[in-house]
Design a protein around this ligand. Structure first.
Ligand SMILES: [Zn+2]
Length: 614
């Protein structure tokens, strides 16, 4: 079977499309990859016996946990394909982003990849950071293709629109062709070919941030595999990863760390993902070598040494630390990532959730003097802080994380897109009365253009999370959730923030016993929950979850009213929900740190009503 035939077969089965990214990583880590990818991996995976032995040895050194992950996250996000946005500002932003993605021409983004592989380009190179002075020396050529590949793959998952999947597949096949033609395994778009990467590895004079750029290409291939079901993307990614191993293994740890003094994106994270996909320890070894000790060591000791550091250089490294904690259980990674998040959110973020001035962290005592700056809050920094936030939330699902997520999502991400043109900001200046500067469609290609393509494709990835029999409702964004494993559909309608309430309507052919953990935002004093028009509880514990546990039936409706002194009008009695249970304290206790429905700060009208709901 040719690779193209394999691809078509895999697409036809679509067997992973209902798995979350985490589930896929876990499942595939158990060895499915070597079997299903077939001939393309013969050279990569060695023999099953050796692989198995290595994996077993590795597994014995890590604490108990999931099949592949040393630490089992408590909460899981839903696959993007299970969540669809409904009419509202987020859906409109997604549509604008989709139109921009379809305007761009993959062949133009692929121009330099083909040139470097000795192939004839099929379209002229784009401008901005992709080719034009004075940006040539930053060596970001090709970063846009990586972001674009991620964005198209995410957009396909988020909308089901096959035009995005076709683009994702087209680029993967082109990169596969480039990789085969290049012989070395490397695909890149630098104007001097492989030289920047060889030079940075050899500690020779080099310009720009070659590993930063390569990280986008690695991540694009990972996302094409995970979100658009393209196994050939994984093949290309593994060869690229093996190229990275081959060309860095001669470095001593000291030399490697010196190389990491230059911005290198989230190389540690994406290689950790490659390890999770393959269980090949060599990828974990390289992921850990890509951990910059100059940042990791102080963070693991809970020391804030961030003053003066380039913000968007650090955040992706910390995402990698968190991912490595999941995979290895090593507590220094956990301490570092939690402490970093807390430090940035509590001490270094503006009220809108962004951070930094002129791309750098400044001493928190100097905040006032930065308020007049035209170059505060690079959008990439917020993009990456949100990625870190949702990862930490999954490990420890507390409303602190969701509060920050909401704050930064509305103020810095939704607001980063021009509602007319769909173009994106770089900085979001705090200077009073200042303007927003957006990128041009084909002549900017900033870092924030790239992360901006991804931002508006994936709003659906953090509205809901789940944990066993608990559904977290973190964000008040109009959407539908199809939770197939529970046979449950949740439709959320709201005009928040113009409106102070949101409505959740449940559809389930069979009754479902489930706890809804509804976030009580930290910014409002009280939240009142009604179920089928009758008050269930009023929470006065901002920054906690309100647990609503019962047996749910089709047509059940939950209304969440956010406000300091809300008077709920008792609605008409709802049809009897047979088998409905009174709220169970265990649901709140199990989640930890949640509003206690029977506590002093929650007025639970529903308590003791047993099955008399309605
Ligand atoms: Zn940026």
């Amino acid at each position: 079977m040719t690779l193209e035939e394999q691809l078509q077969t895999n697409l036809a089965t679509g067997d992973e499309k209902h798995l979350t990214r985490r589930q896929m990583l876990r499942t595939l880590g158990e060895g499915a990859v070597a079997v299903t990818v077939g001939a393309a991996f013969v050279g990569t995976f060695a023999s099953a016996g050796i692989r198995s032995t290595n994996a077993d040895n590795y597994a014995s050194t890590v604490p108990e946990g999931g099949a592949n992950e040393a630490v089992t996250a408590r909460a899981e996000a839903f696959n993007l394909a299970q969540v669809r946005l409904l009419e509202g500002p987020f859906q409109r932003a997604q549509e604008r982003d989709g139109r921009y993605l379809l305007q761009l021409e993959p062949d133009r983004l692929l121009h330099n990849f083909r040139v470097n592989a000795g192939l004839t380009p099929k379209g002229p190179v784009y401008g901005g950071w992709e080719s034009v002075e004075p940006w040539v020396s930053i060596r970001c050529q090709g970063h846009t293709l990586g972001h674009y590949l991620s964005a198209c793959s995410l957009m396909f998952a988020a909308t089901g629109d096959q035009r995005f999947q076709q683009r994702s597949h087209y680029i993967v096949m082109e990169l596969r062709d480039c990789q085969q033609a290049s012989k070395s395994g490397l695909v890149c778009a630098f104007p001097d070919g492989e030289a920047p990467l060889h030079d940075i590895v050899d500690a020779k004079r080099f310009v720009g941030v070659p590993w930063y750029t390569m990280h986008k290409i690695f991540a694009g291939l990972r996302d094409a595999y995970l979100y658009s079901n393209n196994r050939i993307a994984l093949d290309v990614l593994l060869k690229l990863s093996d190229w990275a191993i081959a060309h860095t293994q001669k470095l001593s740890d000291q030399q490697f760390q010196r190389m990491l003094d230059t911005e290198h994106g989230g190389m540690n994270e994406v290689l950790a993902d490659v390890y999770a996909l393959t269980r090949e320890p060599r990828f974990l070894t390289l992921a850990e070598r890509f951990c910059h000790r100059a940042l990791l060591n102080p963070l693991a000791q809970e020391r804030d040494t961030l003053d003066g550091l380039h913000s968007n250089t650090q955040i992706p490294k910390v995402i990698g630390f968190s991912r490595l904690y999941e995979l290895t259980g090593q507590t220094e990674y956990r301490t570092a990532s939690r402490f970093f998040w807390r430090t940035v959110v509590d001490n270094r973020a503006f009220v809108t959730g962004g951070n930094g001035d002129r791309e750098h962290f400044f001493p928190p005592k100097d905040f006032l003097q930065h308020l007049r700056s035209a170059k505060t809050m690079e959008t990439c920094c917020t993009h990456n802080m949100l990625r870190l936030t949702r990862m930490l939330f999954a490990l420890d699902p507390t409303a602190d994380y969701a509060d920050y997520y909401e704050r930064a999502l509305y103020n810095s991400i939704l607001a980063s897109q021009d509602p007319d043109s769909g173009m994106m900001t770089y900085f979001q200046p705090t200077r009073p009365g200042y303007l927003k500067l957006y990128c041009a469609p084909t002549d900017s290609f900033w870092c924030c253009t790239g992360t901006g393509m991804e931002n508006h494709a994936k709003y659906g990835d953090s509205i809901y999370f789940h944990e066993a029999n608990t559904l977290y409702v973190n964000l008040f964004i109009p959407s539908t959730l199809a939770w197939k494993a529970k046979g449950l559909t949740v439709t959320q309608t709201t005009r928040f923030p113009e409106q102070d309430r949101t409505r959740l309507q449940l559809t389930c052919p069979k009754p479902v016993n489930l706890t809804l953990n509804i976030r009580h935002p930290s910014w409002c004093q009280a939240v009142t929950i009604t179920v089928n028009g009758r008050r269930w509880a009023t929470s006065r514990q901002p920054g906690k979850y309100i647990a609503v546990n019962r047996l749910w039936h089709t047509g059940d409706t939950v209304e969440v009213v956010e406000g300091p002194e809300v008077e709920v009008v008792e609605g008409p009695a709802a049809p009897a929900a047979k088998g409905a249970k009174a709220p169970e304290k265990s649901g709140a206790d199990a989640a930890g740190g949640h509003a206690d429905p029977e506590g002093a700060n929650v007025d639970n009208q529903h308590q003791g009503q047993g099955e008399s709901d309605g």
